[in-house]
Design a protein around this ligand. Sequence first.
Ligand SMILES: Nc1ncnc2c1ncn2[C@@H]1O[C@H](COP(=O)(O)OP(=O)(O)OP(=O)(O)O)[C@@H](O)[C@H]1O
Ligand SMILES: [Mg+2]
Length: 450
Amino acid sequence: MQEHILIIEDEQIALKNLEHILLKDGYKITAVDSGTKGLNLIKSKIFDLIITDYKMKKIDGMQILEHSRELQPYAEVIMITGYATVDNAVIAMKEGAYHYIAKPYKLDEVRQIIKQALLKRSLQMENQSLRKQLDQKAKLPEIIGNSPSMLQVKKTIAQVAQTDISVLILGESGTGKELVARAIHSLSSRKKHEMVAFNCGSFSEDLMANELFGHEKEAFTGAMKTKKGLFEFADQGTVFFDEIGDMPPSMQVKILRVIQEKEIMRVGSTQTLGVDLRFIAATHRDLRHEVDQGHFRQDLYFRLNVASIILPALADRKEDIPLLAYHFLAKKNRDMGKSIKEIDRITMDLLANYAWPGNVRELENIIERAVAMENSEVIYPEALPDHLTQLAIETYRTAPEGKIPTMKEQEKRYIQWVLEQTNWNKTRAAEIMEIDRVSLWRKIKAFKLE
Ligand SMILES: Nc1ncnc2c1ncn2[C@@H]1O[C@H](COP(=O)(O)OP(=O)(O)OP(=O)(O)O)[C@@H](O)[C@H]1O
Ligand SMILES: [Mg+2]
């Protein structure tokens, strides 16, 4: 990469000289003969290094330095000065100049100083970008899942994050709607500002207006002080309406107005305030159906549903279950100071075959419970709640024959199944069945298993 150096020097000969030397050294050079021209360039282009004369008419070296610090925070500045003004150059260094070059130049010295300044800059940039990556990672919520439907979700998140359009997130309870909203905000240009989440089902209408819009002093009895609402807090950031389907009709109108007019009015005020907001809404309801039923305003629906993301139920992307289970295992280990290494095969089978009505949140809770209960290094089925382990028997009930099996048949199949799951480890199988090894051995004989 060719580094770009700006030279500002009002003595023509000195300027040409320096330009000549540095061009020969392979840098890209822009050379101008006044502080004014230099300042214009600083405002419009990005440089790696700025070399400026100290004494110039109108705009001098100190002013160039000052503007560079502000407009070109990653560029280094080198001050050129006559011997008479070396003291000033030292002051310039205190103000953030990298170094100075005293006239008349010693060529090698000039080269050396420039080289070092550029090295310092590139190291700084490297640190900067590393730090940025770390920051990003810390803030960006991790969305686990490699199933085709989740890959599509992630793609859409990345796309809509680049824009300011409203996004409607649909999905059953616990599928990760809030997580997705946070991801969009964190990837957007609004990430440095707030994302305010508001649950539309959890307030009475009066309180809701008060929360969202704030109020003026003495707007109502008990309003002692002016209070900012959530819309004001979220200014330049994102508003996340959770469970938008629960928003009462009177509030739907008010919110529509905020989206359309981009302004709000505190309760008890006559003064409008401009707000710059991005809207994301989520619901577990079929909002289209709510519109058809007349429960939700169509105009607001269209405003919110510029783009939509539909989160699949966990049962519809079973291939993500192992990934999620291990993700939560690591997370809960960290939270609880444990070091469980593995999820046993039968445990994983049970997890993979469960219906997950509570989706990812339920999986997270079950892994948390298992991590808390398990004292070994492996999560065995015993650490799962009963309704999950019952599934083993459930599996038989839906056996292929289509006829209801007898108790004996059921038992035979159950034992066979557990033995297969444990790779015929009879001790383990007996443990799972909560019978002793001798009984198991007798049953294996009786049912002619093997
Ligand atoms: N794909 C995923 N990867 C990692 N964690 C996830 C994922 N999906 C959901 N979670 C986690 O599951 C939990 C529930 O997610 P979230 O609160 O976003 O769901 P929700 O759809 O808003 O649920 P509800 O409708 O109940 O409010 C959170 O702890 C979240 O971090
Ligand atoms: Mg939620």
